[in-house]
Design a protein around this ligand. Structure first.
Ligand code: HEC
Length: 197
């Protein structure tokens, strides 16, 4: 099991084992005996995966994890495969245990809970002028960020910001990339304004 958990580290950047929690890739909860491309609520499957008639079990997972591109041509999982048969077997055992035992579930990438963001991270206004965003946070500070280094994102999951309380993440770390995360797309237009003075 230990080795299976270790092998699973290769998956956590894209997948979670929590039902309904999708990242770049679909949640791997309740995977066994489910047809490929049918995780409830995941909208980004390739046509290749959706159209395949594969049902996930030990055998199909072994073929998939050995060489995903060969097993379902045209799929969009950017993963080269695991050549070592023993590692694949341990990983599949691990996935199966996680599937049937809630206690064995490990979260995927740990996302900060933006609902609990401190005042210095909650964005009151984001003024854009020239090539710069002037982002005012709830503690009254103004962050000046080059427009190319600021991304505007939405997070509608349980970890996302509270409505009306967009959160800035990554600001101040090396002064480069930052993102403002909004609870809804409507809030982007309400918060970010073109204004020079
Ligand atoms: C770089 C991101 C990434 C990594 C790393 C990754 N996957 Fe995936 N995986 C995806 C994407 C994207 C899809 C959906 C592909 C598609 O729709 O064509 C997927 C699909 C799957 C599916 C099919 C799910 C379904 O609902 O039918 C399984 C099973 C799977 N991955 C297992 C794994 C395992 C196990 C690992 C670790 C060894 C792993 N993946 C690593 C991105 C990733």
């Amino acid at each position: 099991m230990e080795r299976g958990a270790k092998a699973y580290q290769a998956c956590v950047a894209c997948h979670s084992l929590e039902p309904g929690r999708h990242f770049t890739a679909p949640s791997l909860a309740n995977l066994f005996d489910r047809k490929a491309g049918t995780a409830p609520g995941f909208q980004r499957y390739s046509d290749a995966l959706k159209g395949s008639s594969v049902v996930w079990n030990e055998k199909t997972l072994d073929a998939w994890l050995r060489d995903p591109a060969k097993f379902i041509p045209g799929n969009e999982m950017t993963f080269p495969g695991i050549k070592d048969e023993k590692v694949r077997r341990d990983l599949i055992t691990y996935l199966e245990a996680a599937d049937s035992k809630p206690g064995a579930r490990r979260p995927g990438p740990r996302l900060p809970d933006l609902r609990k963001a401190p005042p210095e991270a909650i964005v009151k206004a984001a003024r854009h002028c020239g090539d710069t965003y002037f982002v005012t946070t709830q503690d009254g500070k103004v962050h000046k960020i080059w427009e190319f280094n600021l991304r505007l994102k939405t997070d509608t999951s349980d970890n996302g910001p509270a409505p009306g309380k967009p959160v800035i993440v990554g600001a101040g770390m090396q002064g480069d990339r930052a993102a403002i995360v909004f609870a809804a797309i409507r809030e982007i237009g309400e918060t970010a304004k073109e204004q020079c003075d």
